[in-house]
Design a binder for this molecule. Structure first.
Ligand code: ACO
Length: 428
């Protein structure tokens, strides 16, 4: 790509600088477009062609199914790493050495205690409340209990808020689930690893010892790593744009959780399971639902299929499919819902509608299956996604602030009524 891009508008030629990323991604810098052309802007609904920032965190190439965190392939990280190492890598840029890792974990544990008054907020929610709404509210409420704003120019301040949220967030996740189930809210066991402790905090029964099942903790570790970052997706862009107004970290994260909730984003893992249950209750006729998904007059979509950027395969789905098979075999789960999932997967992979549109199972098609086998309630699936995505959101927020990005403020092309005169109500 040339260093300069030229654009002709009304017979006038304008020149724009270009960018080439370290992985040869190309972009035209249009930041001066409006000023230089006297008001011309670009329009790109859904931002399919818009680079909102320069970022050194995650590289993904949808066409080739590549996903890397800070240069390391997702396949290698999911196979060899621990979720806290990945959190450190994403946020601070390098894998921690043993000393850095131990300090990071110890600081997170020290900061994990949540103000007792948070229990009163949880008590005020009806049991029917969706856990994502509760989690978003509780994360926002942390701002009230930790009012001092982060001085982003102080490395120490930044580090402290990172360990604080990494410590408290899993507690909020576990309490959100336990409250719904009527179980006492407590802290796990700080002698455990981060992921093991999440399991204990979620599943410990008040009257029995909780024994860690390594199959479950390995599967959860993998799932959290696979969800840890995905560059400028809907929730991450939300975190960055909210943070760009210099709203604090917890407030920005709370907004990201709300964005993740939607069924076209993180809510897809819950939507997948609900769809599978509906198909089962309707007699298990997968062909009928395949036909509905292809019918343009029917709003039904096959949840867990398709992805905005992965147009060949979702590398996370490939990894998690193997983990799902292992977990189900190891736990000896025999679930009719899973037979429906496998049936749909096979039909879709061989159906020209799905093949032509490059619609493949995404990570959420399989993650819901593992969460169900682990005994996590369906409504909690997207909360588990949020727990995994937390380091990515923090890393992107931190990068945005350190790069001193301007406040996010897109423009529009107005298509409404032109100037008209107000008509009093009695004359309308
Ligand atoms: N079922 C049936 N048809 C589909 C599906 C689906 N799941 N996904 C896309 N299509 C069709 C569309 O109808 C469209 O068909 P057309 O070209 O004949 O009009 C074509 O495939 C392209 O679809 P778009 O919506 O333009 O694709 P886009 O990239 O905008 O959307 C999305 C991606 C939102 C993920 C979409 O595939 C979808 O809704 N999938 C189901 C929800 C889901 O699983 N979301 C999770 C995403 S992963 C994540 O957030 C971690």
């Amino acid at each position: 790509m040339a260093d300069i891009a030229r654009l002709e508008v009304n017979s006038e030629v304008y020149e724009f600088p270009t960018y080439i990323g370290t992985e040869n991604e190309k972009a035209i810098d249009i930041s001066k477009l409006r000023g230089n052309t006297n008001g011309v802007i670009t329009i790109d609904p859904g931002y399919k062609n818009t680079g909102a920032c320069l970022s050194g965190i995650t590289f993904l190439e949808g066409e080739k199914g590549i996903l890397r965190y800070r240069g390391y392939s997702i396949e290698e990280l999911a196979d060899k790493a621990d979720f806290l190492e990945i959190a450190y890598l994403l946020i601070f840029g390098e894998l921690p050495n043993q000393e850095q890792y131990d300090k990071f974990h110890s600081d997170i544990k020290k900061k994990s205690i949540v103000d007792e008054d948070v229990r009163k907020i949880i008590d005020a929610f009806p049991k029917t409340a969706h856990p994502m709404g509760v989690l978003s509210s509780l994360t926002s409420a942390l701002t009230a209990f930790n009012p001092s704003s982060v001085n982003v120019d102080s490395e120490e301040d930044m580090y402290n808020s990172v360990v604080k949220i990494l410590g408290k967030f899993p507690v909020l996740v576990a309490w959100t689930m336990r409250k719904k189930q009527g179980l006492p809210l407590d802290y796990g066991d700080s002698s455990l690893g981060y992921v093991e402790n999440v399991l204990k905090m979620m599943f410990r029964q008040p009257n029995e010892e909780y024994v860690i099942n390594p199959i479950l903790s390995n599967a959860l570790n993998k799932l959290l790593i696979l969800h840890a970052d995905h560059e400028q997706n809907c929730s991450t862009s939300t975190v960055r744009i909210v943070g760009s107004s210099h709203a604090g970290l917890f407030a920005s994260l709370s907004a990201g959780i709300s964005a993740l909730w939607g069924p076209l984003h993180g809510g897809a893992n819950q939507a997948v399971l609900e769809m599978l249950k509906d198909i089962q209750e309707d007699g298990g006729d997968t062909a009928k639902y395949m036909a509905k998904a292809k019918d343009k007059n029917d709003p039904f979509r096959l949840m867990g299929f398709g992805h905005r950027v992965y147009k060949n395969f979702d590398p996370r789905a490939t990894i998690i499919k193997v983990a799902a098979d292992e977990v189900l075999a190891d736990l000896g789960v025999d679930d009719p819902i899973l037979a429906i999932a496998k049936g749909l997967e096979q039909e879709a992979l061989n159906d020209p509608y799905f093949v032509d549109r490059k619609l493949y199972p995404n990570v959420d098609f399989y993650s819901g299956i593992i969460y169900r086998a682990m005994g996590i309630p369906t409504e909690m699936f997207t909360v588990m996604f949020a727990l995994g995505r937390l380091p990515g959101w923090i890393a992107q927020w931190r990068e945005m602030r350190l790069m001193k990005e301007p406040i996010g403020r897109p423009r529009q092309i107005y298509t409404g009524a032109t100037l008209r005169t107000f008509v009093p109500v009695e004359k309308r």
